[in-house]
Write a protein that binds this ligand. Structure first.
Ligand code: SF4
Length: 276
């Protein structure tokens, strides 16, 4: 059993490892339908990049993907996070709630993958809703089958990463299958659940025109998707891979050129997506 700790302010670029050595393996985690405690990397109190307005962002631990370009490999394992109570997280959030409401923002839970700890994140989303906050989840959608109607009822916006459309590319980039993400996207569209789609543009990995085209054509008819956000690859997470002794395969990968970003934007726009 992990020791209960305190939520620490910080940001996504902090390296946090080995804080809860007794944590279960994230792949074995079974929701206890209570979610009173969970594992957290850090939080930021004022981000403009993770949903509308100014947002508190909670980065939770645990992810089953292994993206070659991941900026936060220290969120993959529960054992690297701090074990905290959901009540403690909600109390911390309460201090920021008036400012977040005034700035048209809210709470975003990111990771890692929030649905690894579904009942813990559900409890925090519900607490945020009780404070009148807008709520958003950032997710790969790989565990979208875990998002039952009750879970979606406390989430106002889904920031859905579609990391590639070509199944082989998706597998090469994430080590997982594409199908669950597309299934989740289709379900959100059928429910009319507001979503923004995010696509990380990694030169030499995800930039193939047919791959981009596939996402664009898939998303364009979805009326629930307000935006496609193209996120250019950067090297800000490289130091974490090195510090953790991981094999970083994007060492030589450059950020996309302005011309490449422009081409990708134009592909999304031409298919009928709102892109930025
Ligand atoms: S889904 Fe996100 S946290 Fe998980 S490996 Fe990919 S980039 Fe990293």
């Amino acid at each position: 059993m992990s020791q209960v700790g305190e939520l620490e302010a910080g940001n996504r670029h902090d390296l946090r490892v080995g804080l809860s050595p007794d944590a279960p393996d994230e792949a074995d985690l079974r929701d206890d339908h209570k979610g009173e405690h969970g594992y957290v990397h850090s939080y930021e109190s004022s981000s403009r990049y993770d949903g509308p307005g100014v947002r508190a962002v909670l980065f939770v631990s645990g992810c089953l993907l292994r993206c070659t370009y991941c900026h936060n490999p220290d969120t993959w394992h529960l054992k690297d996070g701090t074990y905290v109570s959901a009540a403690h997280v909600i109390e911390r959030l309460r201090a920021f709630a008036p400012a977040l409401r005034a700035l048209d923002g809210g709470l975003t839970i990111s990771g890692g993958e929030p649905m690894v700890q579904r009942d813990f994140t559900r409890r925090i989303f519900a607490g945020a809703k009780q404070m009148g906050l807008h709520t958003a989840i950032q997710t790969s959608g790989f565990l979208g089958d875990r998002a039952d109607d009750d879970y979606l009822s406390v989430i106002d916006l889904v920031l859905l990463d579609i990391k590639s459309f070509d199944p082989a590319t998706y597998k090469a980039v994430t080590e997982r299958e594409l199908a669950p993400t597309l299934r989740f996207a289709e379900r959100l569209a059928a429910l009319g659940k507001p979503a923004w789609v995010r696509f990380t543009l990694v030169p030499g990995r995800t930039d193939d025109p047919a791959n981009v085209e596939g996402i664009a054509r898939f998303v364009a008819p979805m009326k629930n998707v307000a935006w496609v956000e193209v996120q250019p690859f950067h090297q800000m997470g490289a130091f974490k891979w090195k510090a953790m002794g991981l094999d970083y395969r994007e060492e030589a990968t450059a950020s996309p050129t302005p011309d490449l970003v422009k081409r990708v934007h134009e592909q999304f726009r031409a298919a009928g997506c709102n892109v930025r």
